[in-house]
Design a protein around this ligand. Sequence first.
Ligand code: GAL
Length: 308
Amino acid sequence: MESTRSYLINGDIWRDTGGNIIHAHGGHILFWNGEYYWYGENRTENRYVSVYASKDLMNWEFRRDVLTTASKCMEHRVKTNLSLITEKGKKINIERPKVVYNKKTGKFVMWMHVENGVDYSLAACGIAISDTPDGEFTYLGAFNPFGYMSRDCTLFVDDDDTAYFISASRDNADLHMYRLTDDYLNVDELVKKLWQGEYREAPAVVKREGIYYMFSSYCTGWAPNQCKYATADKIDGFWSTLTKIGDETTYRTQPAFFLTVVNTGNIYYFSDRWNGKDYDDSRYVVLPLRFGDCGKPILDYQETVTIS
Ligand code: GAL
């Protein structure tokens, strides 16, 4: 039964409308046709990525495990590794899935971080597509963009529908920004190497009043650290140096993504409060992002949140 939840408790166990724990870690929300779709990592059993849907952003209905070990695979023009299980029949590792809609092709396109299930040496990005936001996604495989390492990642679609994939490269030392092809199914050009040697991870981008903001964490595995942000007037233009935001552990969180609510324009910082010892017990913290003078972002902690 649909509950009439009016607030969520940050760091608590969040349940879907069926009463089950929401597994959508390192995720992303897509608004499409009047509904919000929350995609994220689900590492239980044979699952990789699950999607939940909501109209009110507070009550989330489980829709489907959109990517599992049994998902269909399809050869794509990029030379990719198409396997969703290892040679030994074990799971691979899929992190930080992000889904966007491509208006030209009418496809829902997922980009993600793919590892071999044993360690982080593959450092690849992966792609999957679907005809509907909550359909079964077809896996198009994993590859190293222009041969580069690619780990923590995000996707950002600009107002002109140009999409950018941003991921940690050179053993996480640099953040690379790639402009995607029109169909969002390949990298077209490496447009930026950001904050070289600063080891930024967990990138998340939001645009407000013509300014791009990118939040990122430092590289300390599951342990939280100080989030920093930078701004730019053009996404592939000059990005400022990094400025601290939040407290020294960013309230024990790591960025997942930003949500801009369609009608209100309110912006929320969605983050993970990881449990490195028991990954499946990782929690969510969602905080409103406020803006001060000259568009300076402010991230304060609050125990509960009403997403509106
Ligand atoms: C974090 C990263 C997570 C996951 C984790 C593994 O730094 O943001 O997505 O890869 O490391 O230790």
